[in-house]
Unconditional design. Structure first.
Ligand SMILES: NC(=O)c1ccc[n+]([C@@H]2O[C@H](COP(=O)([O-])OP(=O)(O)OC[C@H]3O[C@@H](n4cnc5c(N)ncnc54)[C@H](OP(=O)(O)O)[C@@H]3O)[C@@H](O)[C@H]2O)c1
Length: 254
């Protein structure tokens, strides 16, 4: 389990693998998709803003990565048939799916539950949790065809211990930890592994929204976290399942 931090990824670690990244347009998801592609993966870039995905597409090609696929989708509005359609298209176009990085997320408005907006609560739960369940459900038949498939669900410190005023976000990340354990148990006898990963405090827009007064200069950029992401999405973590990892060895509260 400790290997995740001192791991040294081979340059062509992900060659031949197809990896779908949600929330690929910016933040940690963008860096992860670019990193996977520069290690040889064919990436599927899922997000709701096409220009951001197109810009990433260009950056991947400029970096010498395999041609990615852009999959525009708003996780808030997508329904089970949209995900079934997506899995069918991916299978048809790419033949297999070896990795899912379920990274997209929304913070919502921080504050006491008593004063929260019920509609926003449902939206955050849907994007952060239900959409990931629907996506896994639709993609599993395709992933079972891979000789070695990995699902990574993105958690948070506040997904392990409920945090006052973090409302739907904290609750949704507890759901992510639960979804990871349930899926990992159900898939124990298969070649599909499932793990949760907590990025810790990272210099992104979400972090700035959560801590507007924080001095951001001390925070790591997404690029600094990529070793654990590569380990979990690549073949060297085969057999590792049902865990909740920290991307940073010691994470400040996030
Ligand atoms: N940054 C941290 O310190 C930190 C700490 C712990 C956990 N995390 C987790 O790490 C993950 C990435 O966070 P981040 O910091 O990179 O956040 P971010 O910069 O806010 O990026 C969030 C990503 O999710 C996408 N997204 C949001 N709602 C979506 C929807 N309805 N449909 C499709 N995509 C949607 C966003 O796309 P748009 O551009 O379309 O909005 C964006 O690409 C999240 O799961 C977050 O909870 C982050």
């Amino acid at each position: 389990m400790e290997r995740i931090h001192d791991y040294e990824p081979a340059p062509a670690l992900l060659q031949g693998r197809v990896i779908l990244v949600t929330g690929a347009g910016r933040g940690i998801g963008r860096t992860a998709a670019l990193t996977f592609a520069t290690h040889g993966a064919t990436t599927v870039l899922l997000g709701r803003k096409v220009p951001a995905l197109e810009s990433l597409y260009d950056d991947i090609l400029a970096a010498g990565g395999p041609q990615p696929a852009i999959y525009p989708l708003d996780l808030l509005g997508a329904n089970p048939s949209d995900y079934a359609d997506m899995a069918g298209r991916l299978g048809g176009a790419l033949g297999h799916l070896d990795g899912l990085l379920l990274n997209a997320g929304q913070l919502g408005t921080l504050g006491p539950l008593e004063h929260s907006d019920p509609e926003e609560f449902v939206r955050v739960l849907h994007v952060n949790l239900t959409a990931n369940y629907l996506l896994c459900r639709a993609c599993l038949p395709l992933m079972r065809q891979s000789a070695d498939a990995s699902i990574v669900l993105i958690s948070s410190d506040v997904g392990r211990k409920g945090a006052a005023y973090w409302g739907a976000y904290s609750i949704s990340k507890h759901g992510i930890e639960g979804l990871t354990q349930v899926l990992a148990g159900e898939l124990e006898q298969t070649q599909v592994r499932v793990n949760a990963l907590n990025p810790g405090a990272v210099r992104t827009a979400m972090r700035a929204n959560a801590y507007p007064a924080e001095d951001r200069r001390g925070l790591p950029e997404p690029q600094a976290l990529m070793v654990p992401y590569l380990y979990l999405l690549g073949p060297d973590s085969k057999g590792v399942t049902g865990n909740s990892f920290d991307a940073q060895p010691q994470t400040p509260k996030s």
